[in-house]
Ligand binder design. Sequence first.
Ligand SMILES: C[S@@+](CC[C@H](N)C(=O)[O-])C[C@H]1O[C@@H](n2cnc3c(N)ncnc32)[C@H](O)[C@@H]1O
Length: 257
Amino acid sequence: MSDDNATEAVRQWRAAAPGSVLLDGLHALKHAIRFDAEVRQVITSDKAGVLELAAGLAGDVTGRIGELLVEVPDHTLRELVPRGHTTRIAALAARRDRTVNTAALEAPDRRAPVVVLDNPRNLGNVGAVVRLAAGFGAAGVVTTGDIDPWHPNAVRAGAGLHYATAVEQLPLDGFPPGPLYVLDPEGDDIRSVTVPDDALLVFGSERHGVSPELRARASRLLALPMRPQVSSYNLATSVAMGLFHWAGPEQLPASRR
Ligand SMILES: C[S@@+](CC[C@H](N)C(=O)[O-])C[C@H]1O[C@@H](n2cnc3c(N)ncnc32)[C@H](O)[C@@H]1O
């Protein structure tokens, strides 16, 4: 690597970082490219090693990664991506366009539910839910409350799949249209209910469950089956079960990308 290239890469990274989404690791970058993210910069401390890894894991995007990669010294990578950095590659990308997300969430012919997380507290859960929504082909993930669902830790937990679905933080009065199917242990057994494609599937916060405001607006309250004495499931696993129930065996994606 030339010193000039590395110095220029650092300058560009510092300039772009404040308004960009951090993609930490090859897995996140792979998905971001597959789902048409505008990737602004990619740095690595081991170009040959990362390209070899990419060829094994993501042959379809290895060429593009090779075009974008700039090699920098290992200490520079660690300085630019200090928090939780464990891999040899990181990238900056633009957020998915809000108007594109809004169009997907509000489409009048929407054929898949929107997952709503009511005031989630755990960024790992948020990312895991985005990953589920992407895998099941849900229309999007809407969060309420103060956590940014595009926080780097959520993007990392979501493996970069924020680009494969519409992820937005919205106020209650800005929700997309559709009946609210609220998941709550006190509801009707979900197995007795068909979840419509235009539903908003609402899940409560890890600490306090669903807020009284959303509960009051529910079209249905749905319970996931649980043995007595178990008080609740983890948020992301509840979303997995809710989406699995909605999809049924016929609607599950036929193959993994
Ligand atoms: C960890 S739980 C919340 C626990 C919280 N302490 C409470 O009092 O509700 C997070 C969310 O997952 C969903 N959930 C968990 N277990 C459920 C169940 N058995 N039936 C329906 N929803 C469930 C609910 O939406 C719940 O608000």
